[in-house]
Design a protein around this ligand. Structure first.
Ligand code: ADP
Length: 219
């Protein structure tokens, strides 16, 4: 099967980071920015880098943008350019369109005009940092929906040496332990008698409120 081809529009901090990461993972990446200097800065880290104003439909057409499997729009501050670019890409028939939003309202507009996925990097990172600050045991926090999330938590002292049955997280906090990470080994769907060791990391899914209760107890 042919490797997916990506185009990333907007070589700001976020867009250039996505483009470089995809490229490092071995994918073909076309990087686009209206600003020539920005394009130059990433030129030797991606497959192709071009300068173009993506609110210009002809320019996008000329780049053959519809032949890319996924297009990421990472235009930040210029909301009008972000919306116009998304609209044109959708019209041109891009198969998968992922767009960065500045605010909830911006995100709503992007969804309405056909973005397949809207991302909020600043908001999501802020949320993660906040959870880590509340409880240093929280290593990561991923929002699955408005109601449910996954947390990655360093095994708290009171859990070490106990098994999942003794901890009884499901009954006490209505949360489920999806996995236990020990060094580089991942124990997926752990058994009730699996024992938590020092430095283990627990991956737990649950309702936001239930996870919050768990975080407070295990802080
Ligand atoms: P970040 O917050 O991720 O750094 P920025 O808003 O600073 O994002 O960067 C967005 C990038 O998008 C800038 O490099 C800018 O030149 C580019 N950009 C803005 N409008 C357009 C456009 N119409 N066409 C192509 N690139 C654009």
């Amino acid at each position: 099967m042919a490797k997916k081809q990506f185009a990333v529009i907007g070589m700001g901090r976020f867009g250039s980071s996505v483009a470089k990461a995809l490229s490092n993972l071995g994918f073909e990446v076309l990087a686009i920015d209206a600003n020539e200097q920005r394009t130059q800065e990433v030129a030797n880290m991606v497959t192709h880098a071009v300068s173009a104003d993506t609110t210009d439909e002809d320019a996008l057409r000329a780049l053959g943008i519809r032949n890319f499997d996924v297009v990421v729009v990472a235009i930040g501050a210029d909301i009008q350019a972000s919306i116009l670019t998304t609209l044109i890409l959708k019209d041109l028939g891009v198969p998968k369109l992922i767009v960065k939003a500045q605010s909830e309202l911006h995100g709503k507009v992007l969804s309405k005009i056909g973005a397949d996925k809207v991302i909020y990097p600043e908001r999501d990172m802020g949320l993660r940092v906040a959870h880590h600050l509340i409880s240093p045991n929280i290593l990561d926090f991923i929002e699955l929906s408005d109601d449910y999330s996954i947390v990655e938590m360093r095994a708290p002292d009171q859990a070490i040496g106990k098994n999942l049955k003794q901890l009884d997280i499901r009954a006490k906090y209505k949360c489920n332990v999806l996995a236990i990470k020990t060094d580089n080994h991942m124990n997926i769907s752990p058994y009730a008698d699996d024992i938590i060791k020092e430095n283990d990391v627990l991956v737990i899914v649950g309702k936001n409120q239930d996870l919050k209760n768990l975080e407070i107890i295990y802080a």
